[in-house]
Design a protein around this ligand. Sequence first.
Ligand code: ADP
Length: 400
Amino acid sequence: MEKIMAINSGSSSLKFKLFAMPAEKELAAGQIERIGIDGSRVTIKNQAGEKYTEETPVPDHKAAVGLLMKLLRQLSIVTNPEEITGVGHRVVAGGEVYKQSVIVSDDDVAQIKALAEYAPLHNPANGAGIQAFRELLPQAVSVAVFDTSFHQTLPPENYIYSVPYEWYEKWGVRRYGAHGTSHRYVTQRAADLLGKPYEQLKLISCHLGNGSSICAVQNGQSFDTSMGFTPLAGLTMGTRSGDVDPSLVGFVMDKLGITNGNEMVTLLNHEAGLKGISGISSDMRDILAQAADGNDRAQLALDIFVRNIVRYVGQYVAEMGGADAIIFTAGIGENSAPIRRLVLERLAYLGIKIDSAANEHPDGDCAISTADSAVAVLRVKTNEELMIARDVQRLAHEAH
Ligand code: ADP
């Protein structure tokens, strides 16, 4: 049995899951928060669901990894660090360099940092996590799994923007997409559930969480996706605007007296979306509750959210010339029967028939459409960490 770790490092946090492979059994999960800030805290949950938590200073990512390894031993989750044969790291931006997951070399560490101009908040932190594990667990293979790489199969007409072509040639201005690991996982799972070859399906994956994106997957490859040059584009999200007319950027900057474009992008990332429209919350549960109480702005935020999903699904059906299945995943997609129903009612024109009982009370990963629905609809729980662990295992075996 191999133990493989999946890591998501942010600038002040490090989340992990430890799997026994190939059994795909989750042995532990947890996080270290407030790295480099007062009040650092570690939380670890074992297989039995028992939670250990401790507040202790954690100055940097290396200290975080050291603490994690010490606690995993102390809590008898691993007996000896050598048991961990591989560590997979989520990396946000892979640019055009990374078309799939890779075993990390020194050059890759430098490359991931160099790609920081496409994800200034994330790639440096992802790189710091990789470096810390490579130093402290040198025997374990390090693998980088990129949010963008699944979308490297997009055809040029779906990734080139209608702007001067030199911007692409000189600076890599194009659609990269995101959430690739989640879309890859849930669409493969959908093919399993449908009992059909992944390479022969037309699938539309709706990842609806705090960040939301939709992906059209044709013949086992990402064909189009709603996020763009960065994860700011596409659907209305918790705090992100999704698609807007770029000319409003300059207009609002003038009104607000903002001279730095990045400040405006920060506003569109953090003050827009459900939060901006409703003025209440970025959390869909709050929006649904307030809309039910008759709050007009919450209702408007909800209507816009649903309309956007309907619009993108329609676009992808048109682009692929049909769809075999639509998948709902992530916090909202997995848990909100009302949102799924509101979207699906508007897709009745595709011949979709909802199985109301299954939609209201889905049993794990399952169909929420009836057997005679022209397009299958599935609810699938995403598991990016497991996808990362699978990549680590596959690449480690290929390398031997
Ligand atoms: P992230 O993108 O941060 O990983 P998640 O995938 O966890 O986020 O999704 C968070 C979103 O899911 C929040 O908007 C939250 O309100 C929503 N959510 C979680 N459970 C429900 C539910 N039962 N009904 C509606 N929305 C839900």
